[in-house]
Structure formats: structure tokens, C-alpha cells
Design a protein around this ligand. Sequence first.
Ligand SMILES: Cc1cc2nc3c(=O)[nH]c(=O)nc-3n(C[C@H](O)[C@H](O)[C@H](O)COP(=O)(O)OP(=O)(O)OC[C@H]3O[C@@H](n4cnc5c(N)ncnc54)[C@H](O)[C@@H]3O)c2cc1C
Length: 309
Amino acid sequence: MNTTTRYEPYVGDALADDAEFIAGGTDLVTLIRGGLRHPTAVVDLKAGDLSVGVTTTEDGWRIGAGTTLAMIEDHAELVASASVLSQAVAQAATRQIRNRATIAGNLLQRSRCSYFRDEDIPCWLKGGTSCPARSGLHEHLAVVDQGPCITTQPSDAASALVALNATVTFEIDDASSTIPVAELLAPPTEEHRRLHRLPHGAVIRHLDVPRPSGPSTYLKAMDRAAWQFALVGVAAVRHGDDVIVVASGIAATPYVLDAVSSTLAGDWSDDAIDRAAAAATEGLSPGERNGYKLPLLRGLTRRALDSLI
Ligand SMILES: Cc1cc2nc3c(=O)[nH]c(=O)nc-3n(C[C@H](O)[C@H](O)[C@H](O)COP(=O)(O)OP(=O)(O)OC[C@H]3O[C@@H](n4cnc5c(N)ncnc54)[C@H](O)[C@@H]3O)c2cc1C
């Protein structure tokens, strides 16, 4: 494998099919060491002009793609006015990893399904013919049926960014595009066996996060107190009397719980919050081993809504 710090020649040009960008490396290096990725070249984005830091804009904040999770966690304005995001990143991994991991890399990280991470198992997401998790170990996996694969989306920040209506701007072939984070992160399909729709060779430049008009929170259930991916997470953002609630740990995407918002319908009474939390699990379809996620999701949704009154 050639390691290169050359960067500019690749931006605007096609990145070779078998090459990869690297930012903090906390996911990509694990994948290479685990025998899951075999890039012939690794292009270090940090050696180029990757933007790092959070700036205040007229409508909210612009977060450079190379901003670390720790920088977002510590950003005073985000802590005060978009706590859903600072809380989500603060509960990801460990501080040591958050000092290195970038926000763009966090959105693009690969599945954490144990079958996917096992180089000897040709699961569907890696190009195989079927998903062994469906009849196997799926305790940590999806309770929403979105296709052949039942992985969950591992990023905590992703749910917070979707609840904040954030957008992502990327560049490829000298052209820049801006799309909602909710569109970037899509369930894998036959043609795209990935958890995102970023074209190969595109570089994420920044995220734009609109300032929410109300309070927000991110709650996360893990099977130990730290350094774990979400069993279930709930990002909730109040926009006036309305609320957007997005779940982590239950689908291959951040999963927008529309039924919670429509059931609440601007009524923040105790009874309405009870009904809205109960609606969080409408239409979900757990397997034999992960039904426990449903009461967890209702409970976290209840607590999240309570905290926004
Ligand atoms: C032990 C451990 C525990 C973890 N726990 C959690 C957790 O609880 N919650 C959570 O959300 N995450 C968790 N993570 C994941 C961690 O947050 C990600 O590994 C990290 O955010 C990835 O960022 P990075 O900069 O290191 O990405 P890299 O590993 O450098 O890259 C990841 C992918 O993104 C691509 N990429 C990166 N930047 C760009 C860009 N600007 N443009 C285009 N492509 C780009 C790379 O090509 C690569 O495909 C955990 C990781 C570890 C190792």
C-alpha cells in the first residue's frame, strides 16, 4: 500500500477506485488492520486544506469537515444553543478518540455490525448474498426493516444533525453540492452497499447547522457507561411548539420519529407527552433478540420530551 500525503492532485480529479481518503483514521485504520479494506493509496485530508473549527454564521454555525468531536463537545455556543449536538458527540467513544475523530469521518464511518467487521464472513453489506445477522446475533441491530441488511447507523452525531436540519457540503470534479444530512445517510441498497450516498472521490468540506429556536437534547442508552455505540439514542430538538425526534441505534439511518411529532402536535401536556412517547415505536419490527429496544426507545423519548418543556 502506498501512503501519500499528496492531496491537491486528488481534489477535483477522480480518486482511484481502490484509494481512500483518511482524516482522523480512527475508523479507516481499524478497517485496514482488520483486513476489511485494502486501499492501494490513502490520501491524507489533514495534509491539505481541510477546514477545522466552528464559526458562527447568520443562521447558526458552520463546522469544518476536519473539526474533531472534542472541539464540538467543547464549543461554548453549541453547548448553550445546540446541546443536542454537543451531548451527542460527548457520548461517542472516549475523549482520546474524540480528540482525533473528525465530524465528517464520524458521518461516513462503516457499520459496526459484528458480522460486517469479521473479515471471514461475507455478509450482504460486504458483497455477500445474505445477512447472517437476521437469524444470528442481532441484539445490537436494527428494529426497522429497511432492506436486506439490518445494520444500524453507528454515528450519534448523525441523529443530532438530522434533528437540527443540518446540511453537508461536498466537492467533486470542481463542483460543490449541498444536501441535507438526512439525504447523505441512506439505507444500503443493492447498488449502494454503504450507509451513505457520498460519491466516491467527493470531499466533505463543511456542515451548516441552523440555530434551533428552542432547547434540545441527546439521550443515549449503552450496555456500559462509556465507550459504546448506542443501543438506542434519541435526539430531540424543539422548534417553537413543534419537535423533531430522531432515533439512533434502531435503523441503518438516523430514524426520524414522525409519529412522535404528529402525536404531540404542539401539546406539551403530560398526557400528550405520554401518548407521543408511546407512538415512538409505531411500525417497528424487532427480531427475536432485540425487542428490548422498543421500551428503551419509548422511555428515552419520554425523558427527552420532558426535558424540552
Ligand atoms: C472504540 C471506538 C468507539 C467508538 N464509539 C463511537 C460512538 O459511541 N459513537 C459514535 O458516533 N462513533 C463512535 N466511534 C466512531 C468514531 O467516532 C469514528 O471512528 C470517527 O468519528 C471517524 O472519524 P475519523 O476522522 O477518524 O475518520 P476516518 O477513519 O479518517 O475516516 C472514516 C471514513 O470517512 C472518510 N472521510 C473522512 N473525512 C472525509 C471527508 N472530509 N470527505 C470525504 N471522506 C472523508 C474516509 O475516507 C473514511 O472512509 C467509535 C470509534 C472507536 C474506535
